[in-house]
Design a protein around this ligand. Structure first.
Ligand SMILES: *Cc1c(COP(=O)(O)O)cnc(C)c1O
Length: 392
């Protein structure tokens, strides 16, 4: 059977009393045991029975099993947000005195987590150009605990060579951790590219149209002790497990993930090509375009699709504000991969509280508008953009 078929038909951990076709939402904090020995087994991890919903819940476990079927991962841990997945995974691999190698082209909160929060606990970072693998290798020292990479950076749209990075991590016996939010795991195998641990904001493609906030840590079992530490230490001590209601919605989202994603990605490519024809659009950044400098590498790594996020460069910051203010169909909102198309000016919002110098070092330009392409007809999106640019 293909992964998609297997995922949709993932068996429940125990047969449902009523034969429910949709996994029930187990809205219960605790679970009763037949006897003391069974209880001891559950608490000490000798059985799979749930004991307390901060660390195990049947509905969440079912969602995790779905993701296991889609990825072939050894351990999948569902958390309360993408940031919870990222912070818990990084805290599981690091510790005082350790350093993380990454890039300054990073999701804003992840950048702040690494450069402010973890720093206060004695974890340092070495930010470099992850597309320059020789430089990355020179950065590694005895205290490096991982290389952390985003597969398509936002909003710069940079793509690093995952196989080449994984050769470095394997040589030094450290994990390669990748934020794969931009292209869903239904479309490519991060494991085959040498990634040890995937972190995902399931808020985005997976949630089924911006229904709820969630995150995933997908562990391929290649980083010793990591899966066990996530389950026995991080979930217990930080308490950021996914809730059953969210797991239910993300399970539904997982059933249509690939169909929605492919349509959104094909809409994005079509729209990107049309935007290239508009004189007031100085540049269209989309790795699916043949003339994009990361096109070939992205295709080799992720296959035919390039995701549903693109950015455009306009003449000035005020041109970006005017454009966003005139949009009628495309919504002014953050978030990515909603069923609706969304537009945002990253420099003044997501990166608005960073200094100009920080924005410069992160290549966040005040002439960039980010568009997350939804499921509308491309013609309607293009019409809206043209009128907003006053180019009808
Ligand atoms: C949205 C996003 C996150 C954070 O996810 P939340 O679910 O909002 O916490 C992390 N990384 C990337 C690439 C994202 O787009």
């Amino acid at each position: 059977m293909k992964k998609q078929t297997e995922a949709i038909h993932t068996a429940y951990q125990l047969p449902d009393a009523y034969g429910a076709l949709s996994m029930p939402v187990y809205h219960s904090v605790a679970y009763e045991f037949k006897n003391a020995a069974e209880m001891a087994d559950a608490f000490c991890g000798r059985s799979d029975m749930p004991d307390y919903s901060r660390v195990t819940n049947p509905t969440v476990t079912y969602f995790e099993n779905r993701v296991k079927a889609l990825t072939g991962a050894e351990n999948v841990i569902a958390l309360s947000s993408g940031m919870a997945a990222i912070s818990n995974a990084l805290m599981a691999v690091s510790g005082a005195g350790k350093n993380i190698i990454s890039s300054c082209h990073m999701f804003g909160n992840t950048f702040s987590l690494i450069s402010n929060t973890l720093l206060r606990f004695g974890v340092t970072s070495k930010l470099c150009n992850l597309t320059d693998v020789e430089m990355v290798e020179r950065m590694v020292d005895a205290d490096t605990c991982c290389i952390y990479v985003e597969i398509i950076t936002n909003p710069q749209m940079e793509v690093a060579d995952l196989r080449a990075l994984s050769q470095v991590t394997k040589r030094y016996n450290i994990p390669l951790i990748a934020d794969t939010t931009m292209i869903p795991f239904s479309e490519f195998s991060a494991r085959d590219l040498g990634v040890d641990i995937e972190v995902v904001s399931s808020t985005k493609y997976l949630s089924g149209g911006a229904t709820s906030i969630g995150g995933l840590v997908i562990d391929y079992g290649t980083c010793e002790g990591f899966g066990k530490r996530m389950k026995t230490e991080m979930l217990h001590n930080f308490g950021a497990y996914m809730t059953p209601q969210v797991a239910y919605m993300h399970t539904l989202g997982s059933e249509t993930l690939s169909v929605r994603y492919r349509q959104q990605s094909s809409n994005a490519l079509e729209l990107a090509k049309l935007l290239c024809t508009l004189p007031s659009v100085c540049k269209v950044n989309y790795v699916g375009l043949k003339d994009n400098s990361y096109h070939d590498l992205a295709k080799k790594q992720f296959g035919e699709t390039a995701g549903a996020m693109l950015t455009i460069e306009l003449e000035s910051c005020s041109a970006c504000f005017n454009f966003i203010n005139r949009l009628k169909l495309i919504r002014r909102a953050t978030n990515l991969f909603d069923n609706r198309s969304l537009a945002i000016h990253p420099a003044s919002t997501i990166f608005g509280n960073f200094t100009q110098q920080q924005r410069d070092s992160m290549d966040v330009l005040d002439t960039t508008v980010r568009i997350s392409v939804g499921l509308e007809a491309v013609e309607d999106l293009f019409d809206d953009i043209r009128q907003a640019l006053e180019q009808e």
